[in-house]
Design a protein around this ligand. Sequence first.
Ligand SMILES: [Zn+2]
Length: 415
Amino acid sequence: MSGFDAPYVPGWDCHGLPIEQKVEAKVGKVGQKVSATEFRGLCREYASTQIELQKADFKRLGVFGDWDNPYLTMNFHQEANIVRALAKIYDNGHVTRGMKPVNWCLDCSSALAEAEVEYQDKVSDAIYVSFDVLGTDKVAALADIADNIAAVIWTTTPWTLPANQAISVHPEHNYSVVATEKGNLLLAADLVETALNELKLENNGILATVSGSELEGLHAQHPLIADRQVPLILGDHVTTDSGTGLVHTAPGHGLDDYIVGLKYNLPVENPVSGTGVYLDSAAVFAGEHIYKANPKIIAALHDNGHLISHTKIEHSYPHCWRHKSPIIFRATPQWFINMETKGLRARALADIPTVNWTPAWGQNRIEAMMTGRPDWCISRQRTWGVPITFFTHKETGELHPNTLELMETAAQKNQ
Ligand SMILES: [Zn+2]
Protein backbone atom coordinates (compact mmCIF):
# COMPACT_ATOMS: atom_id res chain seq x y z
CA MET A 1 0.00 0.00 0.00
CA SER A 2 3.07 2.26 0.30
CA GLY A 3 3.84 1.57 -3.33
CA PHE A 4 6.33 -1.28 -2.91
CA ASP A 5 6.05 -4.57 -4.73
CA ALA A 6 5.54 -6.90 -1.77
CA PRO A 7 3.40 -9.85 -2.80
CA TYR A 8 1.95 -11.77 0.12
CA VAL A 9 1.45 -15.46 -0.59
CA PRO A 10 -0.71 -17.03 2.12
CA GLY A 11 0.46 -20.47 3.21
CA TRP A 12 -1.07 -23.44 5.02
CA ASP A 13 0.64 -26.44 6.56
CA CYS A 14 -1.96 -29.05 5.64
CA HIS A 15 -0.30 -32.24 6.83
CA GLY A 16 0.15 -33.60 10.28
CA LEU A 17 -1.75 -34.88 13.21
CA PRO A 18 -4.49 -32.29 13.86
CA ILE A 19 -6.11 -33.04 10.48
CA GLU A 20 -5.58 -36.76 10.89
CA GLN A 21 -7.16 -36.80 14.33
CA LYS A 22 -10.25 -34.93 13.12
CA VAL A 23 -10.74 -37.48 10.34
CA GLU A 24 -10.05 -40.34 12.75
CA ALA A 25 -12.77 -39.03 15.05
CA LYS A 26 -15.23 -39.25 12.14
CA VAL A 27 -14.30 -42.51 10.41
CA GLY A 28 -12.06 -44.38 12.84
CA LYS A 29 -8.49 -45.51 12.44
CA VAL A 30 -6.99 -46.70 9.16
CA GLY A 31 -7.66 -50.39 8.58
CA GLN A 32 -10.93 -50.46 10.51
CA LYS A 33 -13.57 -48.99 8.20
CA VAL A 34 -11.36 -47.16 5.72
CA SER A 35 -8.21 -48.00 3.78
CA ALA A 36 -5.12 -45.80 3.96
CA THR A 37 -5.88 -44.38 0.49
CA GLU A 38 -9.47 -43.48 1.40
CA PHE A 39 -8.25 -42.02 4.68
CA ARG A 40 -5.74 -39.77 2.94
CA GLY A 41 -8.49 -38.64 0.53
CA LEU A 42 -10.65 -37.66 3.50
CA CYS A 43 -7.74 -35.81 5.11
CA ARG A 44 -7.15 -33.85 1.91
CA GLU A 45 -10.85 -33.03 1.73
CA TYR A 46 -10.99 -31.92 5.36
CA ALA A 47 -7.87 -29.76 5.01
CA SER A 48 -9.35 -28.13 1.87
CA THR A 49 -12.59 -27.28 3.68
CA GLN A 50 -10.69 -25.69 6.55
CA ILE A 51 -8.53 -23.68 4.18
CA GLU A 52 -11.58 -22.28 2.39
CA LEU A 53 -13.22 -21.29 5.69
CA GLN A 54 -10.07 -19.59 6.96
CA LYS A 55 -9.46 -17.93 3.62
CA ALA A 56 -12.95 -16.39 3.65
CA ASP A 57 -12.34 -15.05 7.18
CA PHE A 58 -8.98 -13.53 6.28
CA LYS A 59 -10.52 -11.80 3.26
CA ARG A 60 -13.32 -10.39 5.44
CA LEU A 61 -10.68 -9.09 7.84
CA GLY A 62 -9.24 -7.10 4.94
CA VAL A 63 -6.02 -9.08 4.53
CA PHE A 64 -4.66 -8.57 1.03
CA GLY A 65 -2.88 -11.53 -0.53
CA ASP A 66 -2.67 -13.81 -3.53
CA TRP A 67 -5.64 -15.81 -2.28
CA ASP A 68 -6.10 -17.63 -5.57
CA ASN A 69 -2.60 -19.13 -5.49
CA PRO A 70 -1.82 -19.97 -1.88
CA TYR A 71 1.13 -22.10 -0.81
CA LEU A 72 -0.23 -25.41 0.44
CA THR A 73 2.06 -28.16 1.70
CA MET A 74 -0.40 -30.64 0.16
CA ASN A 75 -0.12 -29.18 -3.33
CA PHE A 76 1.14 -32.06 -5.42
CA HIS A 77 4.18 -30.22 -6.71
CA GLN A 78 5.12 -29.26 -3.14
CA GLU A 79 4.86 -32.88 -2.07
CA ALA A 80 7.00 -33.88 -5.04
CA ASN A 81 9.63 -31.34 -4.03
CA ILE A 82 9.62 -32.57 -0.43
CA VAL A 83 10.51 -36.01 -1.81
CA ARG A 84 13.22 -34.44 -3.99
CA ALA A 85 14.63 -32.55 -1.00
CA LEU A 86 14.82 -35.79 0.99
CA ALA A 87 16.56 -37.46 -1.98
CA LYS A 88 19.17 -34.71 -1.91
CA ILE A 89 19.67 -35.07 1.84
CA TYR A 90 20.03 -38.84 1.36
CA ASP A 91 22.45 -38.32 -1.55
CA ASN A 92 24.59 -36.10 0.70
CA GLY A 93 24.88 -38.98 3.15
CA HIS A 94 22.92 -37.47 6.04
CA VAL A 95 20.16 -40.09 6.29
CA THR A 96 20.74 -43.11 8.52
CA ARG A 97 18.53 -45.79 9.97
CA GLY A 98 18.87 -46.97 13.51
CA MET A 99 17.14 -48.86 16.24
CA LYS A 100 17.13 -46.12 18.72
CA PRO A 101 15.04 -44.94 21.64
CA VAL A 102 12.87 -42.03 20.56
CA ASN A 103 10.24 -39.92 22.26
CA TRP A 104 7.06 -41.88 21.85
CA CYS A 105 3.47 -40.85 22.56
CA LEU A 106 1.22 -43.81 23.39
CA ASP A 107 -1.85 -41.77 22.38
CA CYS A 108 -0.36 -40.74 19.02
CA SER A 109 1.13 -44.25 18.63
CA SER A 110 4.00 -42.40 17.04
CA ALA A 111 7.50 -41.12 17.52
CA LEU A 112 7.66 -37.43 18.36
CA ALA A 113 10.24 -34.86 17.33
CA GLU A 114 12.02 -32.94 20.12
CA ALA A 115 9.90 -29.89 19.29
CA GLU A 116 6.72 -31.87 19.96
CA VAL A 117 7.73 -32.63 23.53
CA GLU A 118 6.98 -30.35 26.45
CA TYR A 119 7.75 -30.68 30.14
CA GLN A 120 5.10 -30.79 32.84
CA ASP A 121 5.10 -31.94 36.45
CA LYS A 122 4.12 -35.54 36.99
CA VAL A 123 3.84 -37.79 40.04
CA SER A 124 5.81 -41.01 39.60
CA ASP A 125 6.65 -44.08 41.61
CA ALA A 126 10.24 -43.79 42.79
CA ILE A 127 11.78 -47.09 43.79
CA TYR A 128 15.13 -48.29 45.07
CA VAL A 129 15.82 -51.79 43.78
CA SER A 130 18.61 -54.18 44.70
CA PHE A 131 20.40 -56.44 42.21
CA ASP A 132 22.42 -59.27 43.80
CA VAL A 133 26.03 -58.96 42.64
CA LEU A 134 27.66 -62.14 41.37
CA GLY A 135 31.31 -63.13 41.26
CA THR A 136 32.47 -60.55 43.78
CA ASP A 137 35.33 -62.87 44.74
CA LYS A 138 37.06 -61.59 41.58
CA VAL A 139 37.59 -58.21 43.25
CA ALA A 140 40.13 -58.53 46.06
CA ALA A 141 38.55 -55.88 48.28
CA LEU A 142 35.15 -57.56 48.00
CA ALA A 143 36.27 -61.18 48.18
CA ASP A 144 35.63 -61.56 51.92
CA ILE A 145 32.06 -60.33 51.62
CA ALA A 146 31.51 -63.00 48.95
CA ASP A 147 28.18 -62.97 47.12
CA ASN A 148 26.39 -61.08 49.82
CA ILE A 149 26.42 -57.73 48.06
CA ALA A 150 23.47 -56.02 46.42
CA ALA A 151 23.87 -53.17 43.93
CA VAL A 152 21.15 -50.57 44.52
CA ILE A 153 19.60 -48.58 41.68
CA TRP A 154 16.93 -45.87 41.76
CA THR A 155 14.28 -45.42 39.10
CA THR A 156 11.04 -43.52 38.52
CA THR A 157 9.99 -45.82 35.66
CA PRO A 158 9.59 -49.30 37.15
CA TRP A 159 8.06 -50.51 33.85
CA THR A 160 11.49 -50.14 32.19
CA LEU A 161 13.04 -52.74 34.51
CA PRO A 162 12.11 -55.71 32.26
CA ALA A 163 14.33 -54.06 29.61
CA ASN A 164 17.28 -53.66 32.01
CA GLN A 165 20.50 -54.89 30.43
CA ALA A 166 23.17 -53.43 32.72
CA ILE A 167 24.03 -51.32 35.72
CA SER A 168 26.24 -48.32 34.97
CA VAL A 169 28.80 -46.97 37.43
CA HIS A 170 31.20 -44.06 37.03
CA PRO A 171 34.80 -45.19 36.48
CA GLU A 172 36.25 -42.47 38.71
CA HIS A 173 33.82 -42.51 41.60
CA ASN A 174 34.29 -44.66 44.67
CA TYR A 175 31.73 -47.22 45.70
CA SER A 176 31.21 -48.57 49.21
CA VAL A 177 29.63 -51.70 50.56
CA VAL A 178 27.56 -50.71 53.60
CA ALA A 179 26.17 -53.18 56.10
CA THR A 180 22.45 -52.47 56.77
CA GLU A 181 19.46 -54.35 58.10
CA LYS A 182 18.51 -54.93 54.46
CA GLY A 183 21.84 -56.54 53.59
CA ASN A 184 25.20 -55.34 52.31
CA LEU A 185 24.38 -52.57 49.89
CA LEU A 186 26.67 -51.23 47.17
CA LEU A 187 26.31 -47.44 46.88
CA ALA A 188 28.42 -44.54 45.59
CA ALA A 189 30.66 -43.59 48.52
CA ASP A 190 29.57 -39.94 48.31
CA LEU A 191 25.90 -40.90 48.51
CA VAL A 192 25.99 -43.40 51.36
CA GLU A 193 24.71 -40.95 53.94
CA THR A 194 21.94 -39.34 51.87
CA ALA A 195 20.79 -42.65 50.42
CA LEU A 196 20.61 -44.38 53.81
CA ASN A 197 18.70 -41.39 55.18
CA GLU A 198 16.20 -41.65 52.42
CA LEU A 199 15.95 -45.42 52.80
CA LYS A 200 15.61 -45.06 56.57
CA LEU A 201 18.40 -47.57 57.10
CA GLU A 202 21.16 -47.62 59.71
CA ASN A 203 24.79 -47.55 58.65
CA ASN A 204 26.13 -50.66 60.39
CA GLY A 205 29.61 -50.15 59.01
CA ILE A 206 31.44 -49.72 55.71
CA LEU A 207 32.72 -53.17 54.73
CA ALA A 208 34.79 -52.12 51.70
CA THR A 209 35.36 -49.26 49.26
CA VAL A 210 36.44 -49.75 45.65
CA SER A 211 36.68 -47.52 42.59
CA GLY A 212 33.98 -47.75 39.93
CA SER A 213 36.48 -49.06 37.38
CA GLU A 214 37.16 -52.10 39.59
CA LEU A 215 33.49 -53.08 39.31
CA GLU A 216 33.55 -53.33 35.51
CA GLY A 217 32.90 -56.88 34.36
CA LEU A 218 31.09 -58.07 37.48
CA HIS A 219 27.54 -59.25 36.91
CA ALA A 220 24.31 -58.87 38.82
CA GLN A 221 21.20 -60.99 38.89
CA HIS A 222 18.17 -59.32 37.29
CA PRO A 223 15.56 -59.14 40.07
CA LEU A 224 12.61 -60.03 37.80
CA ILE A 225 14.07 -62.31 35.14
CA ALA A 226 15.67 -65.49 36.49
CA ASP A 227 17.83 -66.29 33.49
CA ARG A 228 19.24 -62.80 33.00
CA GLN A 229 22.52 -61.71 34.56
CA VAL A 230 23.45 -58.16 33.63
CA PRO A 231 26.97 -56.68 33.57
CA LEU A 232 28.23 -53.77 35.64
CA ILE A 233 29.56 -51.29 33.09
CA LEU A 234 31.32 -47.93 33.13
CA GLY A 235 29.63 -44.73 31.96
CA ASP A 236 30.46 -41.05 32.18
CA HIS A 237 26.75 -40.23 32.27
CA VAL A 238 26.56 -41.51 35.85
CA THR A 239 26.29 -38.66 38.36
CA THR A 240 26.21 -38.52 42.11
CA ASP A 241 23.67 -35.67 42.31
CA SER A 242 20.96 -38.03 43.47
CA GLY A 243 20.02 -41.71 43.53
CA THR A 244 22.75 -44.20 44.37
CA GLY A 245 25.47 -43.60 41.78
CA LEU A 246 24.52 -46.92 40.16
CA VAL A 247 22.29 -46.42 37.15
CA HIS A 248 19.64 -48.82 35.86
CA THR A 249 20.50 -49.15 32.16
CA ALA A 250 17.88 -50.09 29.54
CA PRO A 251 19.22 -49.23 26.06
CA GLY A 252 15.72 -49.64 24.57
CA HIS A 253 14.28 -46.94 26.83
CA GLY A 254 16.84 -44.17 27.23
CA LEU A 255 19.34 -42.26 25.18
CA ASP A 256 22.26 -42.31 27.65
CA ASP A 257 21.59 -46.00 28.14
CA TYR A 258 21.59 -46.55 24.40
CA ILE A 259 24.90 -44.72 23.94
CA VAL A 260 26.72 -46.55 26.74
CA GLY A 261 25.08 -49.78 25.51
CA LEU A 262 26.68 -49.37 22.07
CA LYS A 263 30.09 -49.42 23.76
CA TYR A 264 29.34 -52.69 25.54
CA ASN A 265 27.29 -54.29 22.76
CA LEU A 266 24.23 -54.50 24.96
CA PRO A 267 21.05 -55.64 23.21
CA VAL A 268 18.77 -52.71 22.26
CA GLU A 269 15.79 -54.70 23.36
CA ASN A 270 12.44 -52.97 23.40
CA PRO A 271 9.72 -55.16 24.89
CA VAL A 272 6.97 -52.50 24.60
CA SER A 273 4.50 -52.08 21.70
CA GLY A 274 3.48 -48.75 20.17
CA THR A 275 0.40 -48.62 22.35
CA GLY A 276 2.31 -49.40 25.54
CA VAL A 277 1.67 -53.12 25.90
CA TYR A 278 4.50 -55.59 26.64
CA LEU A 279 5.09 -57.66 23.51
CA ASP A 280 4.90 -61.46 23.45
CA SER A 281 8.69 -61.42 23.29
CA ALA A 282 8.88 -59.67 26.68
CA ALA A 283 10.46 -61.86 29.34
CA VAL A 284 7.82 -60.88 31.89
CA PHE A 285 4.35 -59.27 31.89
CA ALA A 286 3.71 -60.07 28.19
CA GLY A 287 0.31 -58.70 27.10
CA GLU A 288 0.01 -56.19 29.96
CA HIS A 289 -0.07 -52.44 29.58
CA ILE A 290 3.06 -50.85 31.08
CA TYR A 291 1.12 -48.55 33.38
CA LYS A 292 -1.00 -51.44 34.68
CA ALA A 293 2.15 -53.53 35.09
CA ASN A 294 3.91 -50.77 37.06
CA PRO A 295 2.32 -51.59 40.45
CA LYS A 296 2.66 -55.33 39.75
CA ILE A 297 6.38 -54.91 39.12
CA ILE A 298 6.73 -53.04 42.39
CA ALA A 299 4.75 -55.77 44.18
CA ALA A 300 6.87 -58.52 42.60
CA LEU A 301 10.06 -56.78 43.73
CA HIS A 302 8.62 -56.38 47.20
CA ASP A 303 7.67 -60.06 47.35
CA ASN A 304 11.06 -61.31 46.18
CA GLY A 305 12.91 -59.04 48.60
CA HIS A 306 14.50 -56.69 46.07
CA LEU A 307 12.44 -53.58 46.77
CA ILE A 308 14.43 -51.45 49.21
CA SER A 309 12.05 -48.50 49.18
CA HIS A 310 9.02 -47.11 47.35
CA THR A 311 7.82 -43.51 47.45
CA LYS A 312 6.01 -41.09 45.15
CA ILE A 313 7.80 -38.07 43.75
CA GLU A 314 6.69 -35.09 41.72
CA HIS A 315 9.14 -34.23 38.96
CA SER A 316 9.35 -32.55 35.59
CA TYR A 317 8.59 -35.16 32.93
CA PRO A 318 8.28 -35.01 29.10
CA HIS A 319 4.72 -34.90 27.75
CA CYS A 320 3.14 -34.97 24.28
CA TRP A 321 2.32 -31.39 23.28
CA ARG A 322 -0.97 -32.49 21.72
CA HIS A 323 -2.26 -35.00 24.21
CA LYS A 324 -0.60 -33.53 27.30
CA SER A 325 0.02 -37.14 28.29
CA PRO A 326 3.37 -38.46 29.56
CA ILE A 327 5.54 -39.88 26.80
CA ILE A 328 7.90 -42.84 26.99
CA PHE A 329 11.25 -43.61 25.41
CA ARG A 330 11.01 -46.57 23.13
CA ALA A 331 13.49 -48.06 20.63
CA THR A 332 12.10 -48.72 17.14
CA PRO A 333 13.68 -48.70 13.66
CA GLN A 334 13.61 -45.07 12.59
CA TRP A 335 15.10 -42.88 9.90
CA PHE A 336 17.31 -40.10 11.11
CA ILE A 337 19.06 -37.08 9.70
CA ASN A 338 22.40 -37.74 11.29
CA MET A 339 24.14 -34.69 12.73
CA GLU A 340 27.65 -36.16 12.71
CA THR A 341 28.34 -38.71 9.94
CA LYS A 342 28.76 -36.03 7.26
CA GLY A 343 29.58 -33.13 9.54
CA LEU A 344 26.12 -31.55 9.39
CA ARG A 345 26.40 -30.06 12.87
CA ALA A 346 29.86 -28.56 12.21
CA ARG A 347 28.72 -27.08 8.90
CA ALA A 348 25.55 -25.61 10.38
CA LEU A 349 27.53 -24.08 13.26
CA ALA A 350 30.05 -22.60 10.82
CA ASP A 351 27.27 -21.02 8.74
CA ILE A 352 25.24 -19.53 11.58
CA PRO A 353 27.56 -16.49 12.12
CA THR A 354 27.31 -15.62 8.42
CA VAL A 355 23.59 -14.87 8.81
CA ASN A 356 22.23 -11.50 9.99
CA TRP A 357 20.05 -12.29 12.99
CA THR A 358 17.14 -10.08 13.98
CA PRO A 359 16.89 -9.81 16.91
CA ALA A 360 20.60 -10.50 17.53
CA TRP A 361 19.99 -12.90 20.43
CA GLY A 362 18.47 -15.30 17.94
CA GLN A 363 22.01 -16.29 16.99
CA ASN A 364 22.89 -17.56 20.49
CA ARG A 365 19.66 -19.41 20.70
CA ILE A 366 20.03 -21.23 17.40
CA GLU A 367 23.69 -21.98 18.15
CA ALA A 368 22.78 -23.55 21.48
CA MET A 369 20.08 -25.61 19.78
CA MET A 370 22.46 -26.76 17.05
CA THR A 371 25.22 -27.66 19.52
CA GLY A 372 22.95 -29.79 21.66
CA ARG A 373 20.53 -31.23 19.17
CA PRO A 374 20.50 -35.02 18.82
CA ASP A 375 20.07 -36.75 15.47
CA TRP A 376 16.77 -35.66 13.96
CA CYS A 377 14.21 -38.44 13.80
CA ILE A 378 12.18 -37.93 10.60
CA SER A 379 10.02 -41.08 10.87
CA ARG A 380 6.37 -40.81 11.88
CA GLN A 381 4.05 -43.78 12.21
CA ARG A 382 1.14 -41.96 10.59
CA THR A 383 -0.88 -41.97 7.36
CA TRP A 384 -1.43 -38.34 6.35
CA GLY A 385 1.80 -36.69 5.28
CA VAL A 386 4.58 -37.01 2.77
CA PRO A 387 5.95 -40.54 3.05
CA ILE A 388 9.65 -41.36 3.26
CA THR A 389 9.87 -42.82 -0.24
CA PHE A 390 12.57 -45.38 0.47
CA PHE A 391 12.51 -48.93 -0.81
CA THR A 392 14.27 -51.39 1.46
CA HIS A 393 15.27 -55.03 1.23
CA LYS A 394 12.76 -57.13 3.14
CA GLU A 395 15.39 -59.17 4.95
CA THR A 396 18.50 -57.03 5.21
CA GLY A 397 16.66 -53.71 5.49
CA GLU A 398 19.20 -52.21 3.09
CA LEU A 399 18.15 -49.41 0.77
CA HIS A 400 17.55 -50.23 -2.88
CA PRO A 401 20.70 -49.55 -4.96
CA ASN A 402 18.66 -47.27 -7.26
CA THR A 403 17.18 -45.25 -4.41
CA LEU A 404 17.72 -41.87 -6.09
CA GLU A 405 16.00 -42.86 -9.34
CA LEU A 406 13.13 -44.45 -7.44
CA MET A 407 12.63 -41.30 -5.40
CA GLU A 408 12.57 -39.17 -8.55
CA THR A 409 10.01 -41.56 -10.03
CA ALA A 410 7.88 -41.18 -6.90
CA ALA A 411 8.20 -37.38 -7.16
CA GLN A 412 7.12 -37.42 -10.82
CA LYS A 413 4.07 -39.57 -10.03
CA ASN A 414 2.92 -36.76 -7.82
CA GLN A 415 2.98 -33.95 -10.33
ZN1 LIG B 1 0.32 -37.62 21.58
